[in-house]
Design a protein around this ligand. Structure first.
Ligand code: PLP
Length: 383
């Protein structure tokens, strides 16, 4: 079934703004805003997903999903669509709790992890600044700032673009509302050294709540060694968030979750605003333990990433050693210009973040789309 949205409707912004999430609203671009200018959005007409012939490498999705195990459950949930979702939330929480060795009451399931992160930002923002690295996935913290409920205190990255944990620790006081870290970080794709990271998180959690956004953790080389789940289990004031949007390839099905203490979970649950669709819950249940699909997805992502890292190296471009499904690299051309040059060839990547004009971010997609990106890169990046 193909639905196309008219170019006119797209260019009026009626559809483009929602497709772009927080596209092009603020004058000064924040980390996650102003990502998709109208020239790039003009390449999107399909009701869901990219148009035929468009390589969408801009939003860190996994087009190898959803898995068959998820799709079967979408079908089942669609047929039960007349009814509110029943026990699905409880069953999914039990499955997640079981894997991580926590009580189901410690799990909050939301419409994408974005909803939980937004709820956390409005819960903790009024207490004091949200301390975070200068560059991180700031959409939900910005949501709270737009509501007048938070301020973000950004700590510069280190010269190698890694998160300055010492600097962040030094910025935390008893007045801090929340520390928000993203590990692996977006858009850099870097994972912090596990021991240093956990030590810093433990220290900061003595003074304030620490939120660790692990949206991409399953894609890291050593997820078990790097996750902060163990700190939650040991009773530190830490919240970990995860999502079905990345390795599970279910961004459009909108399911994510947090793991925290029961008390914190109760607060997050109280601030969440939506009721998750039955299709999302059912598909998450279907996919959660589908290890075969997860291994397959990770292998495709790693293959695509290696392809891009090899290409950028061959072209003499600096690229950060990503442990995610995106690569942050310097093409030698301003990021927005590279984005537009590639968009003209129907390959969509991210534009500039904040004032990091030299850095571009490309997401992994189907291998053939990543091959197209690699083939076009030398000419698109030429100045
Ligand atoms: C680091 C990070 N966290 C959270 C999200 C939110 O994802 P979702 O709401 O689809 O779970 C994203 C989306 O790209 C992200 O990059």
């Amino acid at each position: 079934m193909t639905f196309q949205i008219s170019r006119r409707l797209m260019l009026t912004g009626a559809v483009g703004a929602s497709l772009a999430g927080t596209a092009a609203k603020a004058a000064a671009p924040k980390a996650e805003e102003a990502a998709f200018p109208p020239e790039v959005l003009a390449h999107e007409h399909a009701l869901l997903g990219p148009d035929d012939g468009v390589a969408l490498l801009a939003r860190n999705e996994n087009p190898y999903g959803p898995s068959e195990s998820a799709l079967k459950m979408v079908d089942y949930a669609g047929k039960k669509g007349a009814y509110y979702p029943g026990q699905a939330n409880v069953v999914l929480a039990e499955m997640i709790a079981d894997r991580h060795g926590v009580d189901p009451k410690q799990i909050v399931i939301t419409t994408g992890s974005g909803e939980a992160l937004s709820a956390i930002a409005v819960l903790y923002g009024p207490k004091g600044p949200i301390v975070a690295p200068r560059l991180f996935w700031d959409t939900t913290a910005l949501y709270a700032t737009r509501l007048g409920m938070a301020e973000i205190s950004r700590v510069p990255l280190k010269d190698d673009m890694s998160v300055d944990l010492e600097g962040i620790e030094a910025a935390v006081t008893e007045e801090t509302g929340l520390v928000q870290l993203c590990n692996p970080n977006n858009p850099t794709g870097l994972v912090s050294d596990s021991k240093t990271f956990k030590t810093a998180v433990k220290n900061m959690a003595k003074k304030t709540t620490v939120l660790v956004d692990e949206a991409y953790m399953e894609l890291a080389d050593d997820p078990d060694g790097n996750t902060c789940m163990d700190l939650v289990k040991k009773g530190h004031d830490v919240i970990v968030s995860r999502t079905f949007s990345k390795i599970y390839g279910m961004a459009g099905l909108r399911v994510g979750y947090t793991i925290s203490s029961e008390e914190t979970a109760e607060k997050i649950r109280g601030a969440a605003m939506s009721w998750i669709a039955g299709t999302g819950l059912a598909s998450a249940i279907g996919a959660y333990n589908d290890q075969k699909f997860l291994d397959f997805s990770k292998s495709k992502i790693v293959e695509a990433r290696d392809m891009i890292l090899t290409k950028t190296k061959e072209l003499g471009m600096e690229a950060l050693p990503s442990q995610t499904n995106f690569v942050y690299f310097k093409s030698g051309k301003p990021a927005n210009e590279l984005q537009q040059a590639l968009a003209a060839k129907n390959v969509l990547i991210r534009g500039q973040y904040m004032d990091y004009s030299d850095w571009s971010r490309v997401s992994m997609g189907k291998l053939e789309d990543v091959e197209r990106f690699c083939a076009l890169l030398p000419e698109a990046a030429s100045v």
